[in-house]
Write a protein that binds this ligand. Structure first.
Ligand code: WTA
Length: 654
């Protein structure tokens, strides 16, 4: 007999949630017309969205040029992203609308209107010009969640300088490598940011990174935590000093950009140790993020208060804190810190305070709140909420239903949105006014998007499990990997002919609902963050005591996956907990805290195939088969025996 947990999961998976009547009455889309229209002519559909949602200074002559795998959308068209996100709202008389209700972790707040944001962006764009930044030059950004972060991004967009934002949780070395790959000339950072009541020192990391980056000429530093920093004469400048210069005016006409000009680079982990610089361009990207933000969140910009609780350092923040919401003239909440500071009700206090109507977050956060218990929600009035979103990893039905019931009060549709850094915008998701929901399913590809599940050989699977592929180009698709077109082709377009391979497993049920099953490659998903097994392995073997290392992602109740490292030490080294901790610290230093292994297992041997490939799948089984704990684990006889026994029994290629 199945155990109760399985029975409950099965039962939940079969519950369906049609759009609530009250929601339908005010929803933008309540039937399938948009799907029908897009099915007939998907290029024409996207062209209509581009024309409806954005202002173009020059019309395109060709909607799509598709030279597989290279796409060009809205060819010949010109527009500026910052003008679309700011100026046109001000010119239309909406300058007084709040763009961001920002709250710092210590409780300081700032409400920024569209007019104020436009002016600050224009001034900072002039500052960047003064530092010698020209159209096409790359600018690196390494900042906490403060208003100057979107200001910096939009200022880059205004003058046509592609930005490369590096998440503030990344290490100095990770920052250095990303700056060097992009060959950026300017770095924008802050003295620090607040996290759980402590100042995280960003400038110190930036200094260490810049010491190894020959291209950086200027570092702009926002004062946030008032911590001690070293300013290098001639290279480092305080943001506030530069902005206060009387020569810096608000007069900075937006640079007309070609639809296919690079808007930004964002590095993401792949299956090798070297992160990939994902390239996003101007017209198609903004079209799709504006479209998805409007229709997936059923946006009513006059009345909604929208909060995407991600960090701008990841793609979710780029597309759904900055570009999508601003293009649509939305009012957003932006919060600097963690959900448990000063107490575990901080998010709910923010929802109540700003009367948030739409909340977008990740399953790992939802599971954490489940663990903390509903008493933290009960302290606050959450009745303003109308819709809830989920992104970053598969959401288990239990978490979905808990979110729906306890956060949404049983009245708010939950949109589970599947997409990736590479897709730029949401691809598979309900439209909340017309899609019947099933907890744990991202439901269907959005209008204009082609997605199919295929088997190993690339044959389409109509019902059942396989690999998720995308069957046609979409406007916000990555245009390549910076500096490496061959890797782009190889990674995404070589496995199945004519199809984009997403790296995710998926199944289709008999009603055509998509169920995303997680990564099928060597990429782990830890708290919704992508971490490469190879990258962590390289960091470990970089330590002088390590002979060999294998890393796997094991299922974890809260974080989705947890990083488990199997390490063989060089002769004479001691396998003890202190050593394990030293290795975990080393990984944190090389990559950042998101890559820190939860467990380091010391083992004399690693199971290998005959050709010498480490059998990661076997290690994952071992890691998932036992609770290895949150500390260093010495591989005891049973673990080693198990590894050996199974390794011997499975001598074939992985
Ligand atoms: C996973 C984040 C299931 C998936 C936007 C994908 C999801 C990777 C979902 C991309 C979802 C994201 N359901 N899995 N709704 N959303 N994923 O690049 O494995 O940080 O390939 O982009 O997250 O992560 P990335």
């Amino acid at each position: 007999m199945a155990d109760p947990a399985t029975i409950e999961a099965y039962y939940l998976e079969n519950r369906t949630f049609p759009p609530p009547e009250w929601f339908k009455q005010q929803a933008l889309v309540v039937d399938t017309w948009m799907y029908d229209q897009a099915d007939q002519d998907y290029e024409g559909f996207w062209a209509r969205q581009a024309a409806d949602l954005l202002d173009w200074s020059k019309d395109w002559h060709t909607i799509l040029e598709w030279d597989l795998p290279f796409a060009r959308w809205f060819v010949g068209g010109q527009l500026n992203v910052s003008a679309n996100c700011l100026d046109r709202h001000v010119e239309a008389g909406r300058g007084d609308r709040i763009a961001y209700h920002w709250e710092g972790e210590p409780g300081d707040t700032r409400a920024i209107t569209y007019a104020e944001l436009r002016d600050e962006v224009a001034r900072f764009a002039n500052v960047l010009k003064g530092l010698g930044v020209r159209k096409g030059d790359r600018v690196n950004i390494y900042m906490p969640m403060i208003p100057e972060l979107p200001v910096a991004m939009l200022a880059c967009a205004r003058i046509g300088a592609p930005h490369s934002v590096v998440f503030g949780g990344f290490s100095a070395e990770a920052l250095r490598d990303r700056i060097n790959d992009a060959e950026a000339t300017v770095l924008i950072t802050a003295d620090g940011g607040w996290r759980r009541g402590k100042a995280v020192a960003l400038k110190a990391n930036a200094d260490e990174a810049v010491a190894g980056t020959p291209t950086i000429k200027h570092v702009v530093v926002v004062r946030r935590t008032e911590g001690d920093v070293t300013m290098v004469e001639g290279r480092d400048h305080w943001y506030h000093d530069l902005m206060a210069d009387p020569a810096i005016t608000v007069d900075c006409p937006p640079e007309p950009m070609d639809a296919e000009d690079l808007l930004y680079l964002l590095y993401t982990s792949g299956t090798t140790a070297k992160p990939k610089g994902i390239m996003h361009t101007t017209g198609g990207y903004l079209t799709q993020v504006a479209f998805t933000h409007k229709y997936v969140f059923d946006l009513h910009p006059d009345t909604d208060v929208y909060w995407c609780a991600a960090d701008i350092g990841w793609v979710t923040g780029h597309s759904y804190i900055v570009y999508g919401p601003l293009a649509n003239g939305a009012t957003s909440v932006m919060y600097e810190g963690t959900p448990d500071h000063p107490d575990k009700d901080r998010w709910w206090a923010l929802v109540e305070k700003f009367r948030v109507t739409k909340l977008y977050t990740a399953p790992t956060a939802i599971r954490t709140f489940m663990k903390w218990g509903t008493q933290y929600l009960d302290r606050h009035d959450l009745s303003s909420l109308k819709l809830l979103g989920s992104v970053g990893e598969p959401i288990n039905p239990e978490a979905w239903v808990w979110y729906w019931e306890h956060v949404g009060g049983g009245r708010c549709p939950v949109v589970d949105t599947w997409w990736q850094t590479e897709t730029g915008g949401i691809m598979i998701s309900p439209l909340p006014g017309c899609t019947t929901l099933k907890p744990g399913s991202a439901t269907f590809p959005l209008p204009g998007i082609g997605a199919e599940v295929v088997d190993d050989k690339g044959n389409r699977v109509k019902v059942g499990g396989g690999y998720l592929t995308l069957t046609r180009p979409w406007p916000s698709m990555l245009r390549g990997i910076y500096g490496d077109p061959e890797r782009y082709r190889q990674t995404y377009w070589s496995r199945y002919e004519g199809r984009y391979f997403a790296g995710d497993g998926a199944k289709l049920d008999d009603e055509g609902f998509f169920w995303l099953l997680g990564r099928v490659d060597d990429v782990m998903n830890v708290s919704g963050h992508r971490v490469s097994t190879t990258e962590v392995e390289s960091a470990l073997v970089d330590h002088p005591s390590v002979a060999e290392a294998a890393v796997v992602g094991a299922r974890d109740e809260t974080t989705g996956q947890a990083i488990i490292a199997f390490v063989t030490l060089k002769g004479g080294e001691t396998a003890d907990p202190a050593h394990g901790e030293a290795l975990r610290r080393h990984v944190t230093k090389k990559i950042g805290p998101t890559a820190r292994p939860k467990t380091v297992v010391f083992t004399d041997d690693l199971p290998k195939t005959r050709s010498g490939k480490i059998m990661r799948r076997l290690l994952r089984d071992v890691a998932e088969g036992r609770d290895l704990g949150d500390t260093t684990t010495l591989a005891d006889a049973t673990v080693v025996d198990e590894i050996r026994r199974r390794a011997e029994a499975t001598p074939t290629e992985e």
